[in-house]
Every structure is written in structure tokens, then in C-alpha cells.
Design a protein around this ligand. Structure first.
Ligand SMILES: C[S@@+](CC[C@H](N)C(=O)[O-])C[C@H]1O[C@@H](n2cnc3c(N)ncnc32)[C@H](O)[C@@H]1O
Length: 383
């Protein structure tokens, strides 16, 4: 692929199709403590570490951290990891997965926790949607345990058990994540307490299986478009931004937010990447690249421009970036996000290197009319 002065080596890598999904993580201890459909896998990160010839002590950034996969892989390899993520829920999940624990201490807390005899909590102030989403006795159990956990002073321990409870709640709820919405489907659900106990036991056993190396892990709520990092402090970036024109998925985490995050205001996550068409266009933005695109795509690429500039700023000279993206499907066309992002990167000063096509999906309108083929790919840029 060669166009307008930049060269991009194109490769079909459909062998990596599963690795750009979260599915392989479902069997991985710790990585699987929270199911995240939009995530990628540990194996993919290991493969990219090899490609970048990474070594212990290097610094890696994932500015769209999600549930922490990139940094868990760093921690296994002794690589320093920096993660920024806009959603407080995902920051919480990543922090719990990446904390250093005293396993004996967790065992003791677990024994204490499950000795408590159930006392019926007051459900008066519980949100009506939450009430509908659980069998009453399970909701009472969840609230009972949640209140006990809120009394734990040690935040590390409290958060560990809270994530376990979140996980248990996700298995006994009637709510089902169906694309962008939560649907309630009444079904027979298991009792919470034994399930929660099993989950905590599994989480503690998982920690025993992990062999972490020494590294620095730095996770914070942050915005990829405005990073709180110094210039040239990062050796390579591995990341996957929200995909262009994909559904906004914040609402499907309504239960987690309302029950376990103290009802933190629900921000529509995708609006942070591209759903604000009124946003001011940066003065140096090459508008001709997005000319004629739907507004949502224009806003998305303006945000990607900001993000790429930040990635360029924080990367060391000759630093590399691997960005996993997918084509955007619109009623009348497919927009090849990977190529647009490569061009934006090139204009910022990156050297576009390779484009690995990992997946292709035929997109249709009204299920019959073919719009085109949307490609999912890994784009490699070097500073
Ligand atoms: C495709 S997901 C990344 C998943 C991640 N690779 C994983 O395996 O868990 C994109 C993530 O970007 C986050 N996000 C969206 N806008 C952001 C922004 N402006 N800054 C930082 N994170 C953002 C979303 O909350 C979401 O977790």
C-alpha cells in the first residue's frame, strides 16, 4: 500500500483473528476476573512484545487500557506499564487485577467474611432498575456483603472482595448484555453466597498461579487525548481505541456502576472518542482527510489526531506503536479507519510501517444489501 508519500507494508494475518478478541483470556487466571467483550488477549500482547524485541525495564503505555490486559502482560514479563483509561469502572478492575497481594491475608479475610450470618438489609434506597434485575434474596445477599466490604479499611483488600462480588452479581442477575443495551430475562439463578465464596477461592488460587516479575505499574483515570505524561518517556505503545461508529457500551455496565461504584455518574464512553461533532477542530488538523465523511467519523478522527499527537509526544525517538482498529460501517460506506489513522500519523511525523489485516467482516444494510468489507487490523507506526 503506497499513497501520498507514505509506505505501508500490508500483510494478511488472519491467524491472529482470535487473539484480537478477549476470548483466549477467558481461560487465563487473573486476566479473566472481569469479562470485557471489547478487550484483546494476553497472547496478542506477548506476540507484540516479541515483535518489538522488548526487554525487562522497558516502558509500555496503553492509553485506552480497558480492563488491564496490556499491563498484566507487562507485569508477567518485568516490563514497566503505564495505563490510562477514561472509565472509573475499568480503572478499578485493572487496579484490582494488578495489585500485589498477601495471599494469607486474603485467606484470613475470606474466612472472616463468610462467617458473618446473613442479616436482611434495607432495600428502600435501591434503584428500581436494580431491584428488577435480581431475585430478591440474591439482591439482599449482594447488599449485605457490599455493606460488610465497605467497612473494610484496607482499600486493597476491600477492592479485591468487591470485584469478586461484582463478578458473582454478574452471574446471578437477570440482566443480559445485548449489544448496547441491557435486557432483563427472568431465569432460575443460583444462590449468591456459595457462588461468591467459590469465586473468591478461585481468585485467591489464581494469584498463587501467577509468576510476576518486578516492574512499575502506573494506572490512572485519564484521557488519551491529553496524557499526564512527560515527553519521550515511553518505549512502545500497545493499544486499541474504541472502534469507529461501534455501539456505545457504557449503558451495559449500569449495574456495576450503580451497585459497586457508588453510583458514579455514567459517562457515555464513546462520546470521548468522536461523538461530539461540535468539538473545536485543532488549528493544525488536516481537514481535507475527513472531507465529506459523516460527522461522527469526522469527530472520531479529530479525536484520534489528538491521541496520536500525544502518543508521538510521549514516545522516545524510534519508539513504536501498535494500534488495533477496525473499519467503521456507515449505511452508505465503509471507512477504512486504519488507513486514515496511518495518514494522520504520517502527517504528525510517524513513519507508517506495517498493516496487518487480522479480520474481515462483510457489512450489510437491512441484512441483504452489501455495503462493503470492514477490516480489523493492527497498524504499526514508528516515531
Ligand atoms: C477497545 S477498548 C480497549 C480494551 C483493552 N485493549 C482491553 O483489552 O481491555 C477501548 C477503551 O478505551 C476507553 N476510552 C474511551 N475513550 C477514552 C479516552 N478518551 N481516553 C482514555 N480511554 C478511553 C474505553 O472506556 C474502553 O475501555
Amino acid at each position: 500500500m503506497s499513497e501520498e508519500g507514505f509506505d505501508l507494508k500490508y500483510m494478511e494475518r488472519h491467524d491472529l483473528r482470535d487473539l484480537v478478541t478477549f476470548i483466549p483470556n477467558k481461560k487465563q487466571p487473573v486476566y479473566n476476573w472481569f469479562y470485557f467483550k471489547e478487550g484483546f488477549s494476553r497472547e496478542l500482547i506477548f506476540l507484540l512484545f516479541d515483535k518489538f524485541d522488548s526487554k525487562e525495564g522497558d516502558w509500555v503505555l496503553d492509553p485506552f487500557l480497558g480492563v488491564g490486559t496490556t499491563l498484566l502482560a507487562c507485569k508477567e514479563k518485568g516490563i514497566n506499564g503505564v495505563g490510562r483509561e477514561i472509565s472509573p469502572l475499568f480503572v478499578f478492575v485493572s487496579q484490582v487485577k494488578l495489585e500485589d497481594y498477601d495471599i494469607e491475608e486474603l485467606r484470613e479475610y475470606s474466612a472472616q467474611l463468610f462467617q458473618h450470618r446473613f442479616k436482611k438489609p434495607d432495600l428502600k434506597n435501591i434503584d428500581p432498575f436494580i431491584k428488577k434485575a435480581f431475585e430478591k434474596h440474591n439482591l439482599e445477599d449482594i447488599i449485605f456483603f457490599r455493606e460488610l466490604l465497605l467497612d473494610i479499611q484496607d482499600m486493597k483488600i476491600r477492592n479485591f472482595f468487591m470485584l469478586g462480588l461484582m463478578n458473582a452479581a454478574s452471574k446471578v442477575t437477570y440482566a443480559y448484555k445485548d449489544g448496547a443495551v441491557l435486557r432483563l430475562i427472568r431465569r432460575k439463578t443460583p444462590p449468591l453466597r456459595p457462588l461468591y465464596k467459590r469465586i473468591i477461592k478461585k481468585m485467591i488460587n489464581d494469584l498463587k498461579k501467577m509468576e510476576w516479575k518486578t516492574s512499575t505499574i502506573d494506572i490512572r483515570v485519564g484521557d488519551a487525548r491529553k496524557l499526564d505524561l512527560e515527553d519521550e518517556c515511553i518505549d512502545y505503545v500497545i493499544t486499541s481505541p474504541p472502534y469507529l461508529n461501534k455501539i456505545e457500551y457504557t449503558k451495559v455496565y449500569e449495574i456495576e456502576y450503580k451497585l459497586f461504584m457508588g453510583g458514579i455518574h455514567l459517562n457515555p464512553v464513546r462520546s470521548y472518542m468522536g461523538l461530539m461533532p461540535s468539538i473545536k477542530v485543532p488549528r493544525d488538523f488536516p481537514e481535507y482527510i475527513i472531507d465529506g465523511m459523516p460527522l461522527a467519523a469526522q469527530a472520531y478522527f479529530i479525536d484520534m489526531w489528538r491521541t496520536l499527537k500525544e502518543i508521538h509526544r510521549v514516545l522516545k525517538d524510534n519508539g513504536d506503536a501498535a494500534i488495533i482498529v477496525a473499519g467503521g460501517v456507515f449505511p452508505d460506506r465503509i471507512i477504512e479507519s486504519d488507513i486514515v489513522i496511518a495518514k494522520l500519523g504520517y502527517l504528525i511525523g510517524f513513519k507508517p510501517r506495517e498493516l496487518w489485516a487480522v479480520n474481515k467482516r462483510v457489512a450489510t444494510r437491512n441484512r441483504t444489501i452489501k455495503i462493503g468489507v470492514a477490516r480489523e487490523s493492527i497498524l504499526f507506526l514508528s516515531k
